[in-house]
Design a protein around this ligand. Structure first.
Ligand SMILES: C[S@@+](CC[C@H](N)C(=O)[O-])C[C@H]1O[C@@H](n2cnc3c(N)ncnc32)[C@H](O)[C@@H]1O
Length: 352
């Protein structure tokens, strides 16, 4: 929110930023803001994070997952991950018309100063202002930017193979180039007898799903839910070649908004507990609630959480039987069965 506010402050106060005259404006990693209303007719918004995309929709602003064309003004509100930010600069360069202006807003804690320096090395001059613990910096595509460096940044931020080629992933995704320690612990405790309809909530590039597909021969279907659209193609590639009859459905969804009428025999998850910059245990609690409501009467929830997260009370409330299956210094594996949150206990098996 800080960087977003700072961005619109810069648009309002810096006459060099051609917001009034630009014919075509692109907002990369766009988020809803009241001032977008006035730009609507000239604006394209790109957003791959589902909750932000929904925020734009609620404001009546159309968005895309992949912008095309050329723009006179590009606004950029990057993620926190370094390679992802630099790859956004490279993408902005490609989409910027000759003479166009790129305006970036970044929170100081996300390396704003360093990123500004990196951009200045490529473009020559960068103007800047500080506001709301953030930096807003802008530059114009007049002279040639250092295209070799930009190509390198683009390649570094692209989808790529990780872990000796075992998986596809992309910078910016959760723990993008490693297996999460918690998820590794969870798969040690997941029974191979999982069967029927299964969901993986917050599936990212698909580590837990990969395990379920390979080790649980009795599953009939697998739904992978993820808010970050960049993970979807990675997940498709990672699960696509596994030699099993089940082809997962890979869904771009905000799990906190529920999973509709879907109904599962088992759910596995390593729920998120960060919302942007802030730790937020409510997210995990919401995931548990959604899971309990989506499980059949005899369904099972298997989850891993950092040890300090306060999930046990809700697990007791949401399941008739719940237990802590394993604990290490940092993580715990929780299991719940026979959900009690659902009011309609009789659920039809979905037609597939
Ligand atoms: C702790 S990571 C676990 C990733 C993966 N399942 C694993 O085990 O490596 C949590 C995942 O939830 C996703 N996520 C966060 N908020 C979400 C939301 N509201 N809806 C759906 N997915 C979300 C994140 O993008 C991230 O991929």
């Amino acid at each position: 929110m800080h960087a977003l506010t700072a961005l619109f402050y810069a648009l309002e106060t810096q006459p060099e930023i051609p917001v009034a005259t630009a014919q075509r404006i692109l907002f990369l990693r766009a988020q809803a803001h009241p001032d977008l209303e006035a730009l609507k007719d000239r604006l394209t918004c790109e957003q791959t994070w589902k909750p932000h995309a929904s925020g734009l929709e609620n404001q009546g602003i159309r968005h895309t997952r992949e912008a095309e064309g050329k723009y006179d003004l590009i606004l950029l509100l990057p993620d926190r991950q370094r390679e992802s930010i630099m790859s956004d600069f490279a993408q902005a360069h490609e989409l910027l018309a000759e003479g166009g202006t790129l305006v970036t807003a970044l929170h100081n804690d996300w390396g704003a100063k360093r990123m500004e320096q990196q951009l200045a090395e490529v473009t020559g001059e960068v103007r800047t202002l500080s506001k709301n613990h953030s930096r807003v910096f802008w530059t114009t595509k007049t002279g040639p930017w250092k295209t070799e460096t930009l190509s390198q940044w683009k390649a570094n931020g692209a989808m790529q193979r990780i872990l000796d080629g075992r998986f596809w992933s992309q910078p910016g995704l959760f723990n993008w180039d490693q297996i999460d320690e918690g998820s590794a612990l969870l798969i040690e405790h997941l029974p191979h007898s999982l069967s029927g309809t299964v969901a993986d909530l917050g599936s990212s590039w698909g580590f837990l799903s990969d395990h379920v597909l390979r080790k649980c021969p009795n599953i009939r279907s697998l739904d992978m839910y993820e808010a970050d659209a960049r993970a979807l193609e990675c997940a498709r590639r990672n699960t696509g070649l596994i030699p099993v009859p089940v082809r997962p459905r890979i869904l771009w969804k905000d799990v906190t908004q529920g999973v509709g009428n879907a109904c599962y025999d088992s759910i596995v998850m390593n729920p998120p507990f960060h919302d942007g910059r802030e730790a937020n245990a409510m997210l995990g609690l919401k995931f548990i609630t959604v899971a309990a409501q989506a499980l059949r009467t005899s369904g099972h929830l298997w989850l891993v959480a950092n040890k300090h997260l306060p999930y046990e009370n809700l697990m007791k409330e949401a399941f008739e039987h719940q237990s802590t299956v394993a604990e290490t210094r940092s993580f715990k594996i929780l299991h719940g069965t026979h959900p009690t949150l659902v009011t309609r206990q009789v659920r039809k098996k979905p037609r597939r």
